[in-house]
Write a new protein. Sequence first.
Length: 441
Amino acid sequence: MRPIRGQRAAVLQLPTFKCRLRTAYSAAPQVLLGGRRRKRVAETGLAALGTRCKSGAAVAGPWLPNRRAEYRPRRRHVWHGQGGPLTVSPLAAPNPLARAFVDAAVVCGHPRNPDFNGEHVLGAGLYHTTTRHGRRCSSATAFLHPVRQRTNLHVFTHARTLRVLLEGDRAVGVEVFRARRLERIDSRREVIVACGGIDSPKLLMLSGIGDPHALEPLGITVAHALTGVGAGLVDHVSSGLLLQPRKQDLPPPASHIAEAGLFMRSRMPEPGFSFDIQFHVPPYAPPWAAARGTPRGMSLNAVVARPSSRGALRLRSADPMDPPVIDPAYLQDPVDVAVLIEGLREARRVAEAMIERGDIVKELLPGPGAINDLALEQWARTSAECVWQGTVLVGDRCVIAAWPLGVDRRKRFAGTAIFSAAGTLIAAARATWIETPAPER
């Protein structure tokens, strides 16, 4: 692996840095959002090695079942690890507006939560981040860099995987495009596909694993008929308020922007889940606000954390360089609309408390005229953005985002088409195709 040095390396370490080692995708025009295209980012480069590649990667749990991976710079706690390589730290210097949001949410009746990764997740608080001494502590920093000198580890950058090579029901290698030429990399044991929720199913379909009715018209030979690949696309949708703060500071380099948050239950939560609305509170104006002529501001963003809408992902062509057709079907399910409207109403309630406290001057958008559900729904469809990363089905009845399937103590999976809870597909060299029913919803 050729290390990145100099000024570029320093910029990569900043929590505010938006990683450019990604493939920028756009969703198909969303009819229910007025025909707009939403940006969707599929992580590549360092992300293929397990790096979230976000700006400081705010974490909200409970997460990391194996606490040995975590390092906390402060005192030991029953909910956290201490000696692991991945550093998780509280914010060193939170923005005053982030603290003001938390205080206002507490006034509105939400519990103060000093640690979303602790005993419970509900409440308002400041996000902890994967940072170390003010710098990003990515998965690559924590896990890859300390072992990159191993003779059995080879890291290729600026390379694109075109397809998984199959012999019967065995994954025997991958075909990659690197240094302007095709290259075959053979595997003696197993192939692990970790391209995220968008590029993983895309790679499967390019390899001939998917719905024959979708692959054959593109001239792709079907190696295994698995109709669920690319189906059931789930993504999170967000909308929020734009507020005018009384005083605003520029973000320091050690900020990851969305410093404060809130987790709450709507009036219609899914059984078994502790929350279904999450708030991101950047104490700065989002890019869309600057595009509307409001460069200074503060946003309170409500996120549908347990979306019910289901979309799909399919290939545009047999060319691996073509982006896939991504249709998340945002706000197709009325439940998502109702949850988002409730989130906007709660955001406004907290904003009013901030106005009474003197932290906020007024609400700029959607403005005090958007009172009833119809007006808030129209605003949500106009301003909606996508958040996090989508997940898809890999089999007709197999979900990739909630249940680790068939894994043993050595993290081996039982089938060539099974995803982990993190959305990582394991294509084992010696296994049969398995479709595991998801738990009843």
